[in-house]
Ligand binder design. Structure first.
Ligand SMILES: C[S@@+](CC[C@H](N)C(=O)[O-])C[C@H]1O[C@@H](n2cnc3c(N)ncnc32)[C@H](O)[C@@H]1O
Length: 201
């Protein structure tokens, strides 16, 4: 008898196993490309509503590094991931940073939010077009979508999980594209492909 088949990256079991590995050091630092682009969103949002960043949804939040950072910036954050182990780490990170985040264990392919969001972030997760269509519909009028994926270069996942600027631009659907570009990876890492789009107000 061989060993049981490895769970695919599309299964929560794969990520639970990875996040629960006692040798693992969780990612706690947010991606610079995420913090840079959202710093600009804050300027835009706060221009209309002094002192309030609004509501944010971090999709496939993993161990919660971006959700916690967003909460520290003043967003009211919901963070969803189908890995209970990832969410448990995120919850602990949030508590250590003294911020409140609504943590949800759920599959974004079937989950439905109760209300629309001013900001939706997805970083390093491959979502099919059908799911992306739902994700775009979860934006409030004027709401911002920030998608980050791996581009070319060393490190990072296999080719199936990398993208290009042209392919990323298509993920905006009918949203207004504010920027879509490749950002050089730091310290010998793969480049990042950033899409920043907005739902018309
Ligand atoms: C490479 S990690 C990225 C985590 C996080 N966004 C970050 O940048 O640190 C991919 C994450 O996507 C989650 N994921 C993949 N498919 C999902 C789905 N259908 N619903 C919810 N979470 C999903 C995995 O559990 C994993 O935590």
């Amino acid at each position: 008898m061989g060993s049981p088949p490895r769970a695919s990256v599309h299964d929560a079991a794969h990520w639970d196993q990875r996040y629960a590995d006692p040798a693992r050091v969780p990612f706690v630092a947010p991606e610079p490309v995420v913090t840079d682009v959202i710093a600009d969103v804050v300027t835009d949002v706060v221009a209309g509503v002094p002192g309030a960043c609004g509501t944010a949804l971090d999709i496939a939040c993993g161990e919660g590094r971006h959700a916690v950072w967003l909460a520290e910036q003043g967003w009211r954050v919901t963070a969803i991931d189908f890995s209970a182990a990832g969410i448990a780490t995120g919850r602990a990170l949030g508590a250590a940073h003294g911020v409140d985040v609504e943590w949800v264990v759920g599959d974004v392919r079937t989950w439905r939010p109760a209300a629309a969001y001013d900001l939706v972030l997805t970083c390093f997760v491959h979502l099919e077009e059908q799911t992306l269509r739902s994700v775009r519909s979860w934006l409030a009028p004027g709401g911002h979508l920030v998608l980050v994926s791996h581009g070319a270069g060393p490190g990072g996942p296999g080719p199936r999980f990398r993208t290009t600027v042209a392919a990323m631009r298509e993920r905006a659907g009918d949203l207004e594209v504010l920027e879509c570009r490749e950002v050089a990876g730091e310290a010998e890492r793969s480049s990042r492909i950033l899409l920043h789009a907005r739902r018309p107000a």
